[in-house]
Design a binder for this molecule. Sequence first.
Ligand SMILES: Nc1nc2c(ncn2[C@@H]2O[C@H](COP(=O)(O)OP(=O)(O)O)[C@@H](O)[C@H]2O)c(=O)[nH]1
Ligand SMILES: [Mg+2]
Length: 384
Amino acid sequence: VKIVGSNFKMIITLFDTYKDFLPFLGLATIFLAGLVFFIKRKSTDATAVTEAVQPKELVASSEKVVSKTLDFKERLKLGLAKSRLGVWGKVKALVTGAAIDQETKEQLEAILFQADIPTTMVEKILHDVGRRGENTSLIDDIKLIMREVFEKSSLSQGQNEQHLEKSWNTELRETTKMSTQVIMIVGVNGVGKTTTVGKMAAALSRSGMKVVVAAADTFRAAAKEQLMVWCERAGADLVTGHENNNDPAAVCYQALTKAIELKADYCLLDTAGRLHNNDQLMEELKKIKRVISKLMPGAPHEVLLVLDAMTGQNALRQAAQFQQALGGLTGVVLTKCDGSAKAGCALAIVEQLKVPIRFIGVGETLEDLNIFKAEEFVDALFED
Ligand SMILES: Nc1nc2c(ncn2[C@@H]2O[C@H](COP(=O)(O)OP(=O)(O)O)[C@@H](O)[C@H]2O)c(=O)[nH]1
Ligand SMILES: [Mg+2]
């Protein structure tokens, strides 16, 4: 009894001394419990998502990516796996070995609408499929129709793949000593403009081209640092604004001046995607175009609109806005095709905007951006 009594007394004294800390102790316990719960939930979420979006094929191929031995064709196939396993796989399964009767056509129509393919395109496919007779398979028919859509859009701009080859063919550039090509990259926030500029700078530098990059997104503080990392890796020159001069057009002007001075092959302009309002953004972009063309007539040689494939129909609305405000878009860079089962929106983009897709992005590494080739893209959507 005595021992129990003295222990009890000791506890009371201890409690008296530390009772002021009790609320803190309580709060700390609640905080820790919350933290453990959050971390546990986050990690199970992550595994659930990975399992859901990574069918066996993807997991197996992504291991190959680590070995870095994939060429772009394989990366494209890997990136488009979701689209291939989704809509385009269904198309293939439906028409393989089937006769093109009314029932098949109705089913085909339903699948194509799911893929955000515009009505006029769906009608065209339904009208033309099976027309080349029994000697060609229906799947080859559909592939050909899709390729024609892409190729027609390039031709309507007077820029076919040959032109593309010319302005981006680095070997040709070296022998013909073309003047600096100015490439302006535009698009809304988060679509992948800065990443695209980084990847382009790296790819061009690697093939021996001299590249100057303008960090003209002076609105976002982190944009400059992000580009610095890319350019350092690529060995490209980066021009940024000064503390007291944050005018994006001035940054572009300085970058092009430097590019001309250095006889650079390319001058890439990374612009802002968000300003206080849309009109302000468009005015800023127009100003950049004006300033650049005064310094170098004919520049910018390309105005590329970056669109995120994941946004589907919304990408189209954005494109229409930029096209209307800026005019003269020379092409589209379609990014994040790896994250989307709707890479089919590429068809809608070229159909409705009459602007060719110039580059395609299928991941976040340097090697995941390349020139868009209609045949390669369509094959990747259907091939196993
Ligand atoms: N999966 C995937 N992510 C991409 C791709 N391109 C860009 N991203 C990511 O998209 C995010 C936004 O990119 P950023 O270049 O900062 O967009 P910006 O605001 O248009 O400059 C970054 O996390 C990029 O890594 C792509 O092709 N695939
Ligand atoms: Mg950016």
